[in-house]
Design a protein around this ligand. Sequence first.
Ligand code: E4P
Length: 216
Amino acid sequence: MEIFLDTANIEHIRQAAKLGIVSGVTTNPSLVSKEGKADYEAVVKEICSIIPGPISAEVVVEGAQAMTEQARKIASWAPNIVIKIPATAEGLEVISALAKEKIKVNFTLCFSLNQALLAARAGAAYVSPFVGRLDDVGHDGMALVKDIVDVFRNYQLPTKVIAASIRHPQHCVAAAKAGAHIATVPYEVLMQMIKHPLTNVGVARFLSDWQRLSKK
Ligand code: E4P
């Protein structure tokens, strides 16, 4: 399973890039707005220059025509941009048009298998089931990830599944077990993934044993 970072925070992206395990980034209008930077183009271009993999940037207009035009414009900002299009009927229309132009789409705000299947048929490069938001309303978000992975495999659909709206490290474990191609994780969750108290205890013990030996 690949790891994408789910943020628009440039400092976090730079820090995570040093670890050598981040192969893409997903942003959304809320994440960009949280950073308080009004120049959307500049933020997205900077992210694209830090991480060479797929960078998802979302359209922020409504209507098929307007979304298609804005998607084309955003896609021209950098060669590694993927356009996030919401899981609606108009969104499907946009994906079909963009797929013909070889513009990659991440079908976002996906909450059902039917939405994911239709996105794959329209030519989406990625679908993003929102695990945490489904869990929040009493559904099993990870069961949806598994269902989409299984169905795409059954029909050999090339669309990749991004487990999104990840809230904690156990979501990453479950996404990997469910067969998600990618998990997009907040920076805090990424840092939690590497931590284990027994590793810290082990390192401290190894170092103190080593120092005792060097004092002899
Ligand atoms: C994914 O592409 C989205 O940006 C993100 O995972 C949404 O997560 P949230 O439900 O925590 O806002």
